[in-house]
Design a protein around this ligand. Structure first.
Ligand code: BV8
Length: 233
């Protein structure tokens, strides 16, 4: 593994799978009566706010029953020991990277433990249900929604992500199907700017052909091994 100085990592639901959080693909079973696109959209929220608020209340509540796995912990070790620049971008709305020890996590699709007020547009840390319409901590209006980026909505901090991708010499994608944009396009952005690109995933993702290198297997095994290699230089 050559010397790298500026690493961007993108993670998806696959990194949390071994912690017991269903991925979207296998989640079909969990939510067989609705597709994620139906529930994770502003239209779905407008159509049936209770359904959507309960969907996210259930997922937020489930977080207290799971914990980080060796893949999350390995990325926290990388953050501590890597001498160069590291940006960890996650598509996940769980808090397992933080609970695994990562101090700087960019949640491009928002977080279960945050609430967004549709009246004052302020975001607040949140770890309780929203289906009972609690007042916004800032403006007191009963207008809180999950602070999660739905389909058709703009992900967070895209300028910062693209700036890092244009400078990166290594881009690593971990546990994501490459099914959803703009995240699925990050590998091409990094590659066109000269970065080496690596996919660590259980199986080849939809974007596997864009990666210069790929390793397939469970993240809990692959990620600690890969972090050891990067830190050995
Ligand atoms: C935007 C938060 C633009 C919510 C999520 C047509 C019509 C309308 C829109 C579009 C369209 N075509 C394209 C679009 C854009 C759309 C999109 O890409 N749609 C797809 C369906 C085609 N994207 C958007 O709408 C995005 N916004 O484009 O805005 C814009 C421009 C200007 C102005 C305004 C707006 C916003 C998308 C964000 C949606 N929110 N999540 C929530 O969590 O509830 S998406 C959600 O699914 C994830 O966040 C992630 O992004 C995506 C895919 O999930 P993954 O994390 O990859 O998980 P998945 O289950 O799919 O895969 C798991 C992988 O792990 C698998 O490969 C598996 O093999 C692997 N795995 C499993 N176990 C393990 C493992 N790997 C390792 N170890 C294991 N143990």
């Amino acid at each position: 593994m050559a010397e790298f100085e500026r690493i961007v990592i993108l993670t998806g639901a696959g990194i949390s799978a071994e912690s017991g959080i269903d991925t979207f693909r296998s989640a079909g079973g969990l939510w067989e009566q609705h597709r994620v696109e139906d529930v994770a959209t502003p239209e779905g929220f407008a159509r049936d706010p209770d359904l959507v608020l309960n969907f996210y209340d259930m997922r937020r509540e489930a977080l207290s029953k799971v914990g980080p796995n060796p893949a999350h912990e390995a990325l926290a070790r990388l953050e501590t020991e890597f001498a160069g620049e590291l940006l960890l971008v996650t598509q996940n709305v769980d808090d397992l990277h933080e609970r695994g020890g990562s101090r700087h996590v960019l949640h491009m699709h928002g977080e279960l433990k945050s609430a967004l007020c549709t009246s004052c547009e302020m975001r607040s840390p949140w770890d309780a249900p929203l289906s009972d319409r609690p007042p916004c901590p800032v403006c007191r209006a009963p207008s809180l929604r999950p602070d999660v980026v739905w389909f058709g909505e703009m992900p967070y901090q895209m300028n910062r992500i693209y700036a890092s991708l244009s400078e990166a010499d290594l881009f690593v994608s971990i546990g994501t199907s490459g099914a959803v944009y703009p995240a699925a396009g990050f590998v091409q952005e990094a590659r066109v700017h000269g970065a080496h690109t690596v996919e660590l995933n259980l199986e080849p993702s939809e974007g596997n052909h864009f990666f210069a290198e790929s390793r397939h297997g469970p993240a809990g095994t692959l990620v600690p091994q890969w972090v050891d290699e990067v830190l050995q230089h």
